[in-house]
Write a protein that binds this ligand. Sequence first.
Ligand SMILES: Cc1ncc(COP(=O)(O)O)c(C=O)c1O
Length: 450
Amino acid sequence: MSAGETSGAQPDRGAVLRRDGPRALEWAAEYLERVGDLPVLAQVRPGEIRARLPARAPEEGEPFSAVLRDLDQVLLPGVTHWQHPRYFAYFSISASEEAILAELLAATLNSVAILWRTAPASTELEGVVLDWAAELLGLPGGWHGHIEDSASTSTLTAIIAAREATGRDLVVCSEQAHSSVQKAARMLGMRWRGVPCDDAFRMRADALGELDEAAAVVATVGTTGTTSVDPVPQVADACARAGTWLHVDAAYAGAAMVCPEHRWAFAGVERADSVVVNAHKWMLAPMDCSLLWSRRPDALRRAFSLIPEYLRTPDAEDALSLSEYGPALGRRFRALKLWAVLRCRGRRGLQQHIRHGIELASLFESWVAAQDGWELCAPRPFSVVCFRLDGDDDRNRALLERANASGELFISPAVLGGRYVLRLAIGQLSTTEDDVRRAWDVLRREAASI
Ligand SMILES: Cc1ncc(COP(=O)(O)O)c(C=O)c1O
């Protein structure tokens, strides 16, 4: 018999959770304890997992234990472990325990915040946690904040508001900006212009060019390749002169602003029209939790408000509905997990997490700097080290492939100044100095055998 052990009638929902919940939680706890022993990068070929799964859903329901069994036996070999202490690729991220539990509770409530009245607590908590996060990161008070699924959607949202506010159709960002900016422009049928960078991979404000036709300039605080920081104050000056919307993409590095010693990177951000920080990158919230603030919520509302009669509520309620400020109507209770993180870690816990990652990155950087035959390829403002082995791109590509195939670590590449470089990004709660040392040992071992 199926999950509810009855046919036709409603199962006792509490009993199902009490029976299967502890097993699922035990699975989660045990996974987090043993993930460091698994190969970081999934050791499967494309199509392999699909081939192991039945073509059709079962006719009759199965017990939840069958789902857990197949999670272990069928799916787990196809998981690249983002919670692994030696996950160093792209941006290394962590879902904290309290946030994992909050996700369970959010799914239990299954609130859908299409309107304030369909989810008052979710809507209002979202406002509160965005205010709290703004204060923690040193953003100005009084900005309107809401949560989108991803930085890609947040930036798309900001650019739509910029187009609404300016009536223009050009988007400008540096050549090191994330591809989501150009993608947003393309999806919106807007023009896009790339600005060259200096030798530290920062946007050259003197090369911004005419902005009279620009709807938005996107400045990046923590670029994807090297985590470089664009000169936001100068970009803000240029935007102010041209009446252009300034959007700051701080998807990764924004979280580091919880530490006063990193606030230099947010200089000028108080003059932005909108800012995105991904809480699911370096702020311990599980995917997906992208924080978007704007000091011009009216422009967002003008761009996104479209209320059919069946959704109309009194004006005072409509103005609070967060679906009025972005693309999605149905919005899930994402604020709960961020609330759990902010309450359970506090400012101090978040600071510790950021500082720990940066310290480890600095250690790795010092080992590379001291080793003959290796080269650092970019300044390191935060927890990402860009480096390479002496020799050509193919040699470095081979090194990356071999190191990743070992299963002992996972790193990713970047292309800087036309050269292929390796990136080691630190951001896991569980990464220790031993893990970083092991990564360095693996890289040197594999390099010696190329
Ligand atoms: C600077 C920057 N902006 C935007 C993004 C896109 O983030 P998301 O995956 O949340 O769309 C990334 C992804 O790594 C990023 O590094």
